[in-house]
Design a protein around this ligand. Structure first.
Ligand SMILES: NC(=O)c1ccc[n+]([C@@H]2O[C@H](COP(=O)([O-])OP(=O)(O)OC[C@H]3O[C@@H](n4cnc5c(N)ncnc54)[C@H](OP(=O)(O)O)[C@@H]3O)[C@@H](O)[C@H]2O)c1
Length: 254
């Protein structure tokens, strides 16, 4: 039977690359992002698979439940959920726009949580399914100059790893993808291009491929890139104050 994958943030960067990987494997696709025109362009480019587009601002309260209401109306069950949509912002917490930071929490945390909740209902009914939540290497330490972003990603990692244990013994897997800096539109949106942290950003298609393979293997956590794995390991053993200082250093100009 044909399987359905729901991918958020499908119009750009990692999400776009996930779309190509799922399409190659013949999945029916449900693609979510704000830009309806881009979603339609992607749908037109994928001739051999069925694509359902849902243009939705996931930072709006209840947007996630509206996505699932639409799917239930069409009697579409989700086999794979990729919670990928997200953004960051660089700057001092009190100088960044507060509404933008609240929207970030709504998108990176609340929408991801709510989408997971509804997808799990589909998956538990059939005792099978796969979920990938896109966190970041930002999940492993506090991130001065991107304080809210780093905190949202720490939530994603903690939440996802807890679900792995709740779902032990079922055929439902939860994988957390933790990329380091990656060549997507993220850098421009977050205003982090030109920082030390972005001087060695990985190509998006390589990060997406590694994430996809980990998802299909049911791995718990995947950190892409040797340097990123080393950084995450260091953050685990350093005092939190040192790890935060390191994050502040790499957020500085090259
Ligand atoms: N690139 C990196 O360095 C990096 C590193 C670690 C983790 N990540 C994570 O990777 C994920 C994907 O980001 P990316 O790097 O691929 O960035 P990107 O190229 O900017 O893509 C972001 C995607 O999310 C969608 N999106 C943004 N706001 C949305 C909203 N309010 N509602 C619905 N969709 C929304 C965008 O489409 P529309 O504009 O059409 O809505 C776009 O498709 C994010 O969770 C990010 O935090 C990225």
């Amino acid at each position: 039977m044909q399987k359905t994958a729901l991918i958020t943030g499908a119009t750009s960067g990692l999400g776009y690359d996930f779309v190509q990987l799922f399409a190659q494997d013949g999945y029916r696709l449900v693609l979510v992002a704000r830009d309806g025109q881009k979603l339609e362009d992607i749908k037109r480019s994928l001739k051999h698979v069925e694509v359902i587009t849902v243009a939705k601002d996931l930072s709006a309260p209840h947007a996630a439940s509206e996505v699932f209401a639409e799917l239930e109306e069409r009697q579409i069950a989700v086999d794979v959920l990729v919670n990928n949509a997200g953004f960051g912002l660089m700057g001092l917490f009190d100088e960044l726009d507060i509404q933008k930071q609240i929207n970030m929490i709504q998108l990176n945390i609340a929408a991801l949580t709510e989408l997971t909740y509804y997808a799990l209902k589909h998956m538990k009914a059939r005792n099978s399914g796969r979920i990938m939540n896109v966190a970041s290497t930002a999940a492993f330490q506090p991130g001065p100059m991107m304080s809210v972003y780093y905190a949202t990603k720490a939530y994603v990692l903690s939440f996802s790893e807890a679900l792995v244990e709740e779902l032990a013994g079922t055929a439902i897997t939860v994988t957390t993808l933790c990329p380091g800096p990656t060549q997507t539109n993220f850098g421009a949106v977050a205003n982090v291009e030109g920082t030390k942290m972005f001087s060695a950003a990985m190509p998006s298609n390589i990060v997406a491929k590694q994430g996809y393979q980990a998802l299909m293997a049911g791995k718990r956590v995947i950190i892409t890139g040797g340097m990123n794995r080393a950084g995450a390991l260091a953050a685990k053993f350093l005092p939190r104050s040192w790890a935060a200082k390191m994050a502040k250093y790499v957020a500085g100009a090259k």
